[in-house]
Design a protein around this ligand. Structure first.
Ligand code: GDP
Ligand code: MN
Length: 376
């Protein structure tokens, strides 16, 4: 589970990492009040669980409380990579001297963690990593040893970070371990003109399998969820919002995950993960379709079903009935294979909905859906 910036910074603060004073709101009027409390000048930041907010116009400096209200009004409702901005965070501005990048990420292949750090942090970090990889240090971290002050000093040294960052590197490791995170990232970690080291942004991915150990925290994180994810969860669907334009529905988590890969392989990006599970009824299909279709970023929908215990004709029947309750506004590409595929395909042919087409192979269906989503 990815956390919002304002949630990540709370974890940082809990572990003694310095963050600017800030408050969160969904209302421009309140933004004005908050700015007044914070001293007038504030940075207004979109709270969406995706990066690149700065470049998308979702991070702006406001000169005074009136300007904060105006800026909040501008940013609220904005679409950033398919994520609608429902809340903004207002933070006391910081006088930046240098911006650094630091993160710890699980390296599954190596069975270790990896510290990634650079003295050239900030919004251009991807560019730096791509053009001058030597400016980004990658230091393996043995999970049993962890990040001791000595290890932190090695990371700082490899990245060319000032010695003052060593303490933060140790504390950030504490966040990862104590919060059961798979990723903690601070970009930018800054040194300020008055000599402080502060985290100005935060990205944290918690390990869902460790959720039971953080009952309270899990609820807090959920409270800020994407409304579509919340609606899907209420209907018992396994839905995860992604950044792309092809809606994906399938039966079985493994099949849906490979479908995401195949869509990406066709040059498009999946808009979501949605597993309708084994016993996909008409109601589940209708619920799933309405959640996926309600996403304005979705340009086409791919339904990929391999009939097993749930036969394809039952799934097709579900789609046909769903078409009776959900108004289809985007092309739907259906691939049915496995148990009773022939009967399932016949049912959909009979229904002959102008926006529904069938392709019999997974690759073919993904490529068709990708094409429909990416050609105007
Ligand atoms: P991101 O683009 O989604 O990663 O959003 P960030 O929170 O990293 O903000 C983008 C950029 O805005 C940072 O790299 C900083 O340069 C700048 N920024 C963010 N907060 C502050 C602040 O308090 N003061 C100043 N001067 N710049 C800030
Ligand atoms: Mn950032």
């Amino acid at each position: 589970m990815d956390l919002y910036e304002h949630q990540a910074r709370e974890l940082f603060a809990d572990h003694g990492i310095v963050v600017p004073r800030a408050e969160v709101t969904g209302s421009p009027k309140q933004a004005r009040e908050i700015a007044r409390r914070l001293g007038g000048r504030v940075v207004v930041k979109a709270q969406v669980r995706t990066g690149g907010r700065g470049k998308a116009g979702g991070v702006k400096l406001a000169a005074d409380p009136a300007d904060a209200e105006l800026t909040a009004r501008q940013i609220l409702g904005m679409d950033i990579k398919g994520h609608t901005v429902h809340t903004v965070m207002l933070a006391r501005p910081v006088d930046i001297e240098s911006e650094f990048y630091v993160s710890y990420v699980l390296d599954r292949a190596a069975g270790r963690f990896l510290a990634i750090a650079s003295a050239e942090g900030g919004m251009e970090i991807e560019e730096v990593a791509a053009t001058r990889p030597e400016a980004v240090a990658r230091v393996p971290v043995d999970p049993a040893e962890g990040v001791t002050p000595a290890v932190a000093a090695r990371i700082a040294d490899a990245a060319g970070l000032p010695a003052r960052t060593v303490d933060v590197l140790v504390r950030l490791w504490d966040v990862l371990v104590h919060e059961d995170a798979l990723l903690v990232e601070v970009n930018p970690l800054v040194s300020t003109r008055d000599g402080q080291i502060m985290a100005l942004d935060g990205k944290v991915t918690l390990d869902d399998n460790a959720r039971f150990r953080h009952a309270r925290r899990g609820d807090e994180a959920d409270a800020g969820h994407d409304p579509r994810e919340a609606a899907a969860a209420a209907k018992g669907l396994h839905y995860v919002k992604l950044d792309g334009e092809v809606g994906v529905i399938g039966n079985g988590a493994g099949l849906v995950m490979s479908t995401l890969d195949v869509v990406a392989g066709c040059g498009a990006r999946p808009a979501n993960f949605l597993d309708i599970g084994g016993g996909a009824s008409a109601q589940v299909m209708a619920d799933g379709l309405s959640v996926v279709l309600s996403d304005p970023a979705v340009k086409s929908v791919l339904v990929n079903v391999f009939g097993g215990i749930t036969a394809c004709d039952a799934v097709a029947d579900g789609i046909v009935r769903a078409l009776g309750t959900v108004r289809l506004t985007k092309p739907l590409v259906v691939r049915l294979d496995g148990n009773n595929a022939e009967r399932g395909r016949a049912l959909l042919d009979e229904r002959a909905h102008p926006l529904v087409e069938q392709v019999t192979t997974m690759d073919g269906a993904a490529s068709r859906a990708a094409h429909l989503a990416t050609t105007p």
